[in-house]
Ligand binder design. Structure first.
Ligand code: AMP
Ligand code: FE
Ligand code: FE
Ligand code: ZN
Length: 294
């Protein structure tokens, strides 16, 4: 079984449409794929239709922008009811933060002497609901200012870059509870990725989040060294958290994140889906289930 539980489409900062993404997964003999665009469920419908045609098992998810002890944390929310009022309200707040930040980033870039406007970014963002720095990077690539997204992040857009602007993110423990109330399960994406501060996500911090309803942590991810993976797998074992692995595929938007470059073990997916079924039953919500049979 090839199981990839974290991928992006062009509804956020990936470059494949949801249907292209599912088709590609089928071509590459991936059995189970999760679509987890940043802060939006906009791609779910198209991905569902494509999965029904192709036979790829689809897990519908969202990678929610959250904050914990002052640090940015990405939360993979699998199978929540996308109409749950608190979830909708919080995702709207995050998307508003993304939209509001865009002009501020553009103003900073213009202050650095670059000829760029918010509309240039919106144009390259195409179908995206969740606008982000990767789209600003694409606009800079189109203008020949940088060679690729990575270059844009290191020269301008990264946390210590001259055009960096912060944005709203959801409170992590609150979001974990909201996902559970919406009948879904939560997994922390790349908890110890070098790009993020992660002091608060030590074993004690993860145990506290587990009390709030956290189901698992993403262990096998390109931003984790072999040593980090070993330690995180140990923590998951100690706490009884599900350990997942995934590509964080963004199409051509991120190098070295090919589909299924990391995968989730079948027994871990089984546990995750059992926890999702429990959460769904407890919530009383009409939460989605997996498309197809794993
Ligand atoms: P934002 O959503 O605007 O906060 O931007 C963060 C997103 O940019 C992350 O989800 C990553 O997918 C992407 N990202 C971060 N660093 C890089 C990089 N060096 N190259 C390409 N994409 C990146
Ligand atoms: Fe991304
Ligand atoms: Fe992420
Ligand atoms: Zn991601």
């Amino acid at each position: 079984m090839r199981i990839d539980l974290h991928t992006h489409s062009d509804r956020s900062d990936g470059t494949d449409s949801p249907a292209e993404l599912v088709r590609r997964a089928g071509d590459q003999r991936i059995d189970v794929l999760a679509l987890t665009d940043h802060d939006t469920t906009e791609g779910w419908q198209e991905a569902t239709e494509a999965a029904e045609r192709s036979g790829v098992v689809l897990v519908r998810g969202i990678e929610v922008s959250a904050r914990f002890a002052g640090s940015a944390v990405h939360l993979l929310a699998y199978l929540p009811d996308p109409t749950h009022p608190e979830l909708v309200a919080e995702l709207d707040r995050v998307l508003d933060g993304r939209n509001g930040r865009l002009p501020a980033i553009v103003t900073k870039l213009r202050g650095l002497g670059l000829d760029i406007e918010a509309d240039d970014v919106r144009r390259v963002a195409g179908q995206a609901t969740a606008l982000g720095r990767p789209h600003v990077a694409d606009a800079l690539v189109a203008k020949g200012v940088v060679v690729d997204r990575d270059d844009a992040f290191s020269r301008y857009l990264g946390p210590r870059g001259p055009a960096y602007v912060d944005r709203y993110a959801a409170d992590l423990p609150t979001m974990i509870r909201t996902v559970a109330a919406a009948g879904g399960v939560s997994v922390i994406a790349h908890p110890w990725a070098s790009r993020h501060d992660h002091e608060a996500l030590d074993e004690a911090g993860l145990a506290a989040l587990q009390d709030a309803g956290l189901a698992g942590i993403e262990v096998d991810h390109q931003d984790h060294s072999p040593e980090v993976r070993t330690v995180l797998r140990g923590i998951a074992g100690n706490l009884g958290l599900v350990a997942t692995g995934s590509s964080d595929y963004h199409g051509s938007g991120k190098v070295d994140h090919e589909l299924a470059c990391n995968t989730t073990a079948a027994d871990q997916l089984d546990r995750l889906l059992e926890l999702a079924a429990d959460a769904r039953a407890r919530s009383g919500r009409d939460a989605p289930t997996v498309v197809g049979r794993p």
